[in-house]
Design a protein around this ligand. Structure first.
Ligand code: HEC
Length: 218
């Protein structure tokens, strides 16, 4: 038996050789390119990745430009020093690279954590429901990941140009990238709310007013 298994490929190779032309297909099989240098092994759940990496690092971008008005007056925050810009670049790189960590299959929540997913109008999906949604349409999940990555790239471009005005746009784009994924996979019940709001606005003010907030409520 073993013998046969070993000899079979040899026979095929010999066959190819006879058919003619020296063929390299018999040399040891090597993939044309090496897509990854090794395995990707997740450490934490999606929930923890959000809490311990994506969310805190996003603040490097969100909080880089701000205008806060209090009784004492108005305080404007914007990057002034090289260090300020470095920090924003750390945010951009971590978001752009870190987004792809969401492509590694990993649990959605730590073991035993079912999210706020019980009861008739549960606000959150359970981890199992999240997995089911992604398995049904992995392309959509990947598109949300790419959208997050693109904002990371946008931030890197802005840092290169040291363009404070565009930082405001990046903050808004980032918010959209986060929320359009959350509304799909985390608390889709709110999507219904946006739809209702849209319909109501349309009734009141006509189709133009129904411009969807943050592209939600499709
Ligand atoms: C590709 C989809 C996706 C993107 C993009 C995304 N998230 Fe999430 N996020 C999730 C999912 C799914 C959950 C819910 C996980 C769970 O509760 O099991 C979540 C949960 C969270 C949580 C809750 C964590 C906790 O401890 O309960 C925070 C905070 C969060 N995300 C922040 C962000 C921020 C900030 C961004 C953008 C910078 C972002 N997310 C982008 C999918 C995404």
């Amino acid at each position: 038996m073993v013998d046969v298994r070993i000899r079979k490929p040899v026979a095929i190779c010999a066959g190819l050789f006879v058919v003619g032309l020296v063929s390299f297909s018999c040399s040891s099989p090597k993939p044309a390119s090496t897509p990854l240098w090794g395995d990707l092994k997740p450490v934490v759940s999606v929930k923890e990745l959000m809490h311990d990496m994506i969310d805190p690092i996003a603040d490097y971008v969100f909080e880089s430009v701000r205008i806060v008005t209090t009784a004492q007056g108005t305080v404007e925050t914007y990057p002034r020093t090289e260090e300020d810009w470095d920090k924003i670049r750390v945010g951009g790189v971590t978001l752009a690279e870190g987004a792809y960590l969401l492509k590694i299959p990993r649990p959605f929540a730590p073991p035993g954590d079912e999210n706020n997913s019980a009861g008739p109008n549960a606000p959150e999906l359970s981890p199992a429901q999240m997995v089911a949604k992604i398995e049904k349409d992995p392309v959509l999940w990947n598109a949300k990941i790419e959208a997050l990555r693109n904002v990371g790239l946008e931030v890197l471009e802005i840092v290169k140009q040291k363009n404070v005005d565009r930082l405001w746009d990046a903050g808004e784009d980032l918010d959209i990238a986060c929320e359009t994924c959350h509304i799909e996979y985390w608390y889709p019940g709110e999507k219904g709310l946006w739809d209702k709001l849209d319909r109501r606005l349309e009734e009141l003010y006509g189709p133009r007013a129904s411009k969807k907030p943050f592209g939600m409520g499709k």
